[in-house]
Design a protein around this ligand. Structure first.
Ligand code: ATP
Ligand code: MG
Length: 414
């Protein structure tokens, strides 16, 4: 991709509203643009990353037998009355009326819709288990939208719902999804802890959150360094230094960003919404459910908080917007530019390459490249006349002068 054709409106100065590093990079690097409080456009660079995050999630969920669908955003009031949440959800629910004055809301989550979608089909035990997910824009009128994509009023979420005839089968799937989440967050390059959590507005009996560890996190985690014990302080607040409840080690505190949440819903929705199946003994029972979310747009912030400094980032390899960044230091119709363009044409066959074909000073190009954060960088300057160019790997600050294409390919394969 030629950089002049990609819309990356970088800024020289940091806008005042950005308080945290991730938000500063997203604005300065031309990744997002705010339309209203908590409502953003994902510009091409951010959207490339989002699509990669989405595809990692798809791969891992499809691998355990989940299938993807897409439900409506606009949801009629009656199904929310069936579940009892039209009253309970409160002001976060964005409500609206159609021209006939019928009430609707914009989905903050989809338990009601998915339950109505499957309840007739899942009338017999023979059709279980079932695992359905979607990747969709959610709406929540958050009281205090903040930190850019962290707490938006419109944001992208992956939500998965599973359906079972027994508690044992729910437990089994819960662990399968939990493992898939571990694979997903590892591939995304996220450092996280899994903590016991409060089920909040969604309800249910057991739930865990995936917390990306970082200073600006809104949640506080209590954990033991010597065991897997970890909990959100909303659920279990223990002071630093207290003995861990499992008897192993002492309590420490950390800040975290909630990037995923998995719940055993049980019959919380199926019972009020009359989602019933007939079991092997011809007895009618409510369907047992699980639900599992991942905050996709919020993940962009979490990854940045863990992989960026004040004015530069190195995106983890599986989500990088491009794999290679080629930067000629001289303008068009120079030996350096033409050499760089040839490299671009060759590499572009096998890699995702961004070619900085702009007529800008080297300083401007490098500043922008640091904000774009592509790990493998090729810099082509005067020495191109002798066939020499520079390779730079940002992650470990490795640089090398190269004089052959094969040498470059070797380094890229490492
Ligand atoms: P929070 O406690 O942060 O408000 P939640 O517990 O209400 O989140 P869930 O209903 O569990 O959120 O939603 C699933 C996931 O969606 C969360 O783990 C989070 O990553 C993401 N998410 C929730 N609210 C927002 C938001 N306002 N903006 C961006 N992502 C969000
Ligand atoms: Mg949650």
């Amino acid at each position: 991709m030629k950089q002049t054709l990609l819309f990356i409106p970088t800024l020289r100065d940091t806008p005042k509203e950005a308080e945290v590093i991730s938000h500063k990079i997203l604005l300065r690097g031309g990744y997002i643009r705010q339309l209203a409080a908590g409502i953003y456009t994902y510009l091409p660079l951010a959207y490339r990353i989002i699509k990669k995050i989405e595809n990692i999630i798809r791969e891992e969920l499809d691998a355990i037998g989940c299938s993807e669908l897409l439900m409506p955003t606009m949801q009629p009031k009656d199904i929310w009355e069936e579940s009892g949440r039209w009253q309970n959800y409160g002001k976060e629910l964005i409500r609206l009326q159609d021209r006939h004055e019928r009430d609707f809301c914009l989905g903050p989550t989809h338990e009601e819709v998915i339950t109505t979608v499957v309840r007739d089909y899942l009338s017999t035990y023979k059709r279980f288990p079932l695992a359905l997910y979607q990747i969709q824009t959610k709406f929540r009128d958050e009281f205090r939208p903040r930190f850019g994509l962290m707490r938006g009023r419109e944001f992208i979420m992956k939500d998965l719902y599973t359906f079972h005839t027994t508690e044992e089968d729910l437990d089994h799937w819960y662990l399968k999804v939990r493992q898939a989440y571990q694979n997903i967050f590892a591939r995304l390059g996220i450092y996280y802890k899994i903590v016991s959590a409060d089920s909040g507005n969604i309800g249910g009996k057991e739930s865990e959150e995936f917390m990306a560890l970082c200073e600006i996190g809104e949640d506080t985690i209590v954990y033991s360094e010597e065991s897997d014990f970890a909990s959100n302080t909303e659920l279990c607040d223990l002071p630093v230094g207290a003995p861990s409840p499992d008897g192993k080690g002492t309590i420490k505190h950390a800040k975290g960003i909630e990037v995923g949440h998995i719940f055993k819903l049980g019959i919380n929705y199926s019972e009020p919404m009359k989602a019933i199946f007939v079991d092997q003994d011809q007895v009618q029972r409510p369907i047992i459910m699980g639900c599992y979310g991942i905050g996709i747009s919020r993940l962009l912030m979490a990854i940045l908080e863990q992989h960026a400094e004040e004015d530069k980032v190195v995106w983890p390899s599986e989500v990088t917007p491009f794999q290679i960044h080629i930067i000629p230091l001289e303008k068009e119709r120079t030996a350096a530019y033409e050499f760089a363009e040839k490299l671009y044409e060759k590499l572009n066959k096998d890699y995702e390459v961004l070619f900085d074909d702009r007529n800008e000073r080297a300083g401007v190009k490098f500043n922008d490249a640091d904000l774009i954060g592509i790990n493998h960088r090729i810099i082509v300057g005067r020495k191109a006349a002798e066939g020499i160019f520079e390779y730079k790997r940002l992650a470990d600050d490795y640089t090398k002068e190269l004089s052959s294409f094969d040498e470059l390919i070797e380094l890229l394969k490492e």
